[in-house]
Design a protein around this ligand. Structure first.
Ligand code: CA
Ligand code: CA
Ligand code: CA
Length: 297
């Protein structure tokens, strides 16, 4: 078996974008999604029934097994436990999570970058990866479970202390229980075996909106509605390249950025076009935005 790793600089295990292609000599059996999910869900729900968690003042989470000498409320019985349903492979995956604190700043979308500290562990409490100091990464480069959960949280505030350190306050913090199909599934990565549900506690300090095609419209705005699934991204000209990756959304030969500059479209303090203020061909808001209309330059 050959593994392809795409490394981001100076980052630990979580940040691997992993492919697991077959080579000529090895056949990898991919198990049915429904069969694996049934096992994963049972493992996750059993874990939540048999374990309890504590949270310190800085939102560090400690999970321990419930025993006679270590009693506690099962995670499954916590009133703040909730789940998000992710539908794919004809399966409604339950992504259980707890919002310890939502945060007070911005919600990233799955297209954006986040600055996060985290701890990842398996249901036997083995920690396979952790970053106690926050690190940046693009959600598009990491496991799907992260792309799904981070948009549910907000960033915090931060102050520079003048000595090179920064203090973060009121950041989002949580824990998430990820079925293997939303993680590495059939791949074996480090000490994460195949078909392994993963558990993460995490904090969301900051986020950065991305502009994939450099047209000065944030990807989150070009995507379409609220990003929930990559396959729903808008592709105005139908060329297979979604608007957020397309320099010329309406394929009229004039760059999106140039169309909007020439029309004196409003920009924010960072020079990005204010999406809500982009007008249509008639300088109104009644029709499709001007850069999405081929006869309007
Ligand atoms: Ca853009
Ligand atoms: Ca396109
Ligand atoms: Ca155009």
């Amino acid at each position: 078996m050959k593994l392809n790793y795409k490394f981001l600089a100076l980052v630990p295990l979580l940040f691997l974008l992993v492919g697991c292609p077959k080579d000529d000599s090895t056949t990898i059996e991919i198990r049915p999604f429904a069969e694996v999910y049934a096992e994963d869900l049972a493992e996750i729900e059993t874990f939540m029934q048999t374990h309890t968690m504590s949270v310190d003042a800085d939102y560090n989470v400690t999970v321990t097994e419930i025993t006679a000498t270590n009693p506690g409320t099962p995670i499954k019985d916590r009133t703040d436990l909730q789940f998000k349903t992710i539908t794919q492979n004809d399966i409604n995956y339950k992504l259980y999570y707890i919002k310890l604190r939502e945060g007070v700043g911005e919600n990233p979308t799955r297209l954006d970058s986040v600055y996060s500290s985290y701890k990842g562990f398996k249901s036997d409490l083995t920690v396979f990866d952790a970053a106690s100091n926050p690190v940046w990464f693009q959600l598009g480069d990491v496991i799907q479970g992260w792309q799904e959960i981070f948009p549910e949280f907000k960033t915090g505030t931060y102050v520079a202390n003048g000595d090179g350190t920064v203090t973060y306050n009121n950041f989002g913090a949580g824990i998430v229980f990820i079925p293997s199909a939303l993680a590495y599934y059939s791949s074996s990565i480090g000490n994460i075996g195949t078909y392994t549900p993963l558990i993460f506690s995490f904090k969301l300090m900051r986020q950065r909106y991305k502009d994939h095609d450099g047209d000065k419209i944030y990807s989150k705005d070009e995507y379409g509605s609220v990003p929930t699934n990559v396959s729903t991204a808008l592709d105005t000209d139908g060329d297979g390249l979604p608007d957020y990756k397309d320099y010329d959304d309406d394929n009229d030969g004039k760059l999106t950025k140039k169309e909007l500059w020439d029309a004196n479209s409003d920009v924010d303090t960072k020079g990005y076009f204010i999406f809500a203020n982009i007008k249509d061909c008639n300088n109104a808001f009644l029709g499709p935005k001007r850069h999405l209309t081929t006869n309007c330059q």
